[in-house]
Design a binder for this molecule. Structure first.
Ligand SMILES: [Zn+2]
Length: 227
């Protein structure tokens, strides 16, 4: 089963991807992690990516696709994979479609995590990171009346807001997402692959929706009966 997850930063798709990994026993293919791993392991495309990055340039789609191809050839991806954070634009989606068609492993479903942007800004700008241990808190979702409490740091957390979590940065990232990734929704809709879930709810409610949706995708049923 080949699943693509799409959602703005802060939509919670990373957490749900982890649950899918555990449930279906198929890997999450996240391009940032893949790139780092390929460079470390010195694969063919990893070495090419390393050379490009050392020259200060951006890694091309061709190299990213090459790394994805290498990853999909590994044993744990034989029954499927979850793509997270790729494709990000139409050119990448077209290249991915060509690659997966060559591999005879077309995408089964694209799940869009729909969440209100105002809610995302609130979620992310509420994050506070403990400078001592790196633990992340949220001033909006913490139980009411409780002060942030970091038991790893003898209860003396030194909480800061990371630059990435500042409201202006979040708004900028959402703008980029809107501009580059939104057109992808239409691309997948035209292919009959797009499904949407309401990611505004709690983590467990979102999981329930996601598993129910995947149940209706024929490939998921096949995957389960093969287990
Ligand atoms: Zn701490």
């Amino acid at each position: 089963m080949q699943i693509v997850l799409m959602g703005a930063p802060g939509s919670g798709k990373g957490t749900q991807a982890q649950r899918l990994v555990e449930h279906f026993k198929i890997p999450q293919v996240s391009t940032g992690d893949l790139l780092r791993a390929a460079v470390e392991r010195g694969t063919e495309y990893g070495l090419r990516a390393k050379a490009v990055m050392e020259s200060g340039a951006l890694v091309s789609d061709e190299i990213v696709l090459g790394i994805i191809r290498e990853r999909l050839g590994e044993a744990d991806a034989a029954r499927g994979f979850i793509l997270d954070g790729f494709p990000r634009n139409i050119a990448q989606a077209q290249a991915l479609e060509t690659l997966l068609s060559t591999l005879r492993r077309p995408i089964d479903v694209v799940v869009q995590f729909d969440v209100d942007y105002a809610e995302i800004v609130k979620r992310i700008s509420g994050r506070r990171t403990c400078q001592t241990c790196g633990r992340v808190f949220n001033i909006y979702t913490a139980p009411a009346g409780t002060a942030p409490h970091c038991d790893r740091c003898s209860d003396k957390p030194s909480l800061v807001q990371r630059k990435d979590d500042e409201e202006a940065t979040v708004r900028k990232r959402l703008e980029v997402y809107e501009k580059q990734t939104r057109p992808l929704l239409k691309f997948y809709q035209e292919r009959g692959l797009l499904r949407t879930i309401d990611a505004q709810q709690g983590v467990d409610e979102v999981s329930a929706q996601l598993f129910k949706l995947l149940d209706s995708v024929p490939a998921a049923a096949r995957l389960r009966s093969a287990r």
